[in-house]
Design a protein around this ligand. Structure first.
Ligand SMILES: Cc1cc2nc3c(=O)[nH]c(=O)nc-3n(C[C@H](O)[C@H](O)[C@H](O)COP(=O)(O)O)c2cc1C
Length: 253
């Protein structure tokens, strides 16, 4: 089973591609969160984005709350802009609390969806995605052979720095979405797409709740650019989602 978490489709794309190449099934973590206390399989993979050099909170909580089996071969694929920080190492630590271990980890640099908070007229270099299939194919061959390779689980000093409470909180403030009531058409897409169900859509428009995971799905997918990030209005040309992933793919749970 391949369990994924995704805001803008990079991790969803990687999970689906990996499923094709390994003959496995990709399932969004959010679809089974709270419903599954125990997951048993021969091979379990986690595909997720790196946030602030770490695991996204929903991924961390999911792994900590589900019971796994010691004999499973676990692997993790961290999609990111450039630097995976210590996300894979943290994943291994959490699994170890259950006497399990991450046998293999891979880093998959794609497009940094967080750039939207700091820049305008970004022109994402989507050519970078061409390399992704190669990395996924290499990962698939290791996974099929149940190879142990922990080289990507190493952390760096800069990754540790990024997660110091104050720096992390500043990052979260910088990436906090809010709704511009004048632009919101109450179409409800953000509510359907939010992977942690933190948005409701009323007749007057979308309302963002208090347990945001900072995935930026609402910012990037809104057809009316009505979701701002730290109060800054985003441009349609700066919205990003993986080119092979549709809003329907994201909302299918
Ligand atoms: C809150 C947040 C923090 C991020 N932190 C990092 C980071 O520390 N290092 C990095 O290389 N990319 C970082 N990114 C970029 C994402 O990891 C990257 O775009 C990822 O592939 C998005 O996956 P998704 O499309 O499945 O949501 C961050 C993105 C967000 C939204």
């Amino acid at each position: 089973m391949i369990l994924y978490f995704s805001g803008t489709g990079n991790s969803l794309y990687a999970a689906k591609k990996l499923a094709e190449m390994t003959g496995d099934t990709a399932v969004p973590m959010t679809a089974i969160r709270g419903q599954c206390r125990r997951i048993q399989d021969r091979i379990i993979g986690f595909v997720f984005p790196v946030y602030f050099g770490e695991l996204p909170d929903p991924v961390r909580d999911f792994i900590a709350q589900v019971q796994f089996c010691k004999s499973t071969y676990f692997y993790g694929i961290a999609t990111c802009g450039s630097s995976p920080g210590r996300a894979l190492r943290t994943m291994d630590h959490i699994l170890r609390r259950q006497h399990c271990t991450l046998s293999y980890g891979a880093v998959l640099p794609m497009i940094a969806n967080s750039t939207i908070a700091s820049r305008r007229h970004i022109h994402y270099d989507v050519n970078r995605l061409d390399h992704a299939d190669e990395v996924i194919s290499e990962a698939a061959s290791k996974i099929r052979g149940q190879i142990e390779d922990k080289a990507a689980l190493r952390s760096s000093f800069s990754a540790a720095l990024m997660n110091i409470g104050m720096i992390r909180r500043a990052g979260e403030r910088w990436l906090t979405p809010s709704v511009d009531a004048d632009r919101c058409m109450a179409c409800g897409l953000c509510a359907r797409i939010c992977p942690v169900s933190n948005i409701i859509c009323t007749a007057k428009g979308a309302v963002i709740g208090s347990h945001c995971s900072y995935c930026l799905a609402c910012v990037h997918w809104c057809p009316y650019q009505a979701v701002t990030v730290h109060g800054k209005q985003v441009l349609a040309e700066d919205q990003y989602h993986h080119p092979d992933v549709t809003a329907e793919d994201m909302t299918r749970r």
